[in-house]
Design a protein around this ligand. Sequence first.
Ligand SMILES: Cc1cc2nc3c(=O)[nH]c(=O)nc-3n(C[C@H](O)[C@H](O)[C@H](O)COP(=O)(O)OP(=O)(O)OC[C@H]3O[C@@H](n4cnc5c(N)ncnc54)[C@H](O)[C@@H]3O)c2cc1C
Length: 299
Amino acid sequence: MSTENFLGEIKKIPGLRENVPLSNYTTFKVGGPAKFFLEGNDPVIIQKAVKLALMAKLPFSALGGGSNVLVSDKGFPGLIIKLKSEKCVLKSADKIQADAGTSLAKVIQFAFNKKLFGLEFAVGIPGSFGGAVAGNAGTSGHGIAEFVENLIYLDKQGNLRTCEKPQLDVSYRYTRFKYTPDEIIISAVLKLPKLSAEESKAAVKDALAKRSWQPKGAWCAGCVFKNPANNHAGRLIDQAGLKGKKIGGAEISQAHGNFIVNSGTATAEDIVILISYIKQQIRDKFGVQLEEEVRYLGF
Ligand SMILES: Cc1cc2nc3c(=O)[nH]c(=O)nc-3n(C[C@H](O)[C@H](O)[C@H](O)COP(=O)(O)OP(=O)(O)OC[C@H]3O[C@@H](n4cnc5c(N)ncnc54)[C@H](O)[C@@H]3O)c2cc1C
């Protein structure tokens, strides 16, 4: 079959859409269209789509809640697989299993309802469960990937595989899936520690208090930069006097230096230029090389 034929087959996948604006699927609210766009969490359908994309030589990428990505104004010239689900089940007394496309908030609430505590640090983090696992999202010295026992994913060749905890390679805001958006996490099992309801309540209060400064309802993608060793990216940006700096419609938040906000008219290019300006200023002023936490798609 020719590439054209494979493209024709992709278009026949139930639910597949073409030229879908990704700005509607990211919290920055910027980004051009995906050539092909598939929503769901069914491993059989996703696998079929990935195999066809491979045969058609089309790039493909996972997308969760879009709360930690910057999508190019040109969009993505291949297949976006937007993980979407509601599934979360109790596996055993201290384990839950959830689809990657289930929201992280729903997974946390499910655990609380089952009196399984330990995820309090992640209360208030937007996005999907799979996106959180891939990037080891967290706060206060914890990351969600610490609790993953194993997960199911599609490798780059579209084969379904299992990854056990030791192979996840977990560290600060990192797992082996962080920079491989063409390895798609389908579901994961969490094993939760035993915490009392009182400890849990206090930890939720703490997590919400730590989040109270965040710009409410702003179009942003959380912290743009990772914290450099023994320092805080937001503090350095503040000390450099950069809060409020604007390029086009992109602005460094007055509430927190590590947040870039789309004031309504930003393009991805505005945000990229502002990121590069911040990096250059911080390098010149403090000799520190900032590294992006946000991931780029379609650049
Ligand atoms: C207001 C706000 C506050 C935030 N606070 C925090 C915080 O306290 N701590 C924190 O860590 N983060 C925070 N974030 C960032 C973000 O919410 C997290 O990083 C979140 O876990 C990203 O998940 P997502 O589903 O939105 O991922 P996306 O943005 O959709 O994707 C991010 C990356 O992960 C990949 N990916 C997504 N799903 C999968 C999958 N199933 N398989 C493989 N790869 C996948 C994507 O390809 C992309 O490269 C915040 C963001 C906002 C907007």
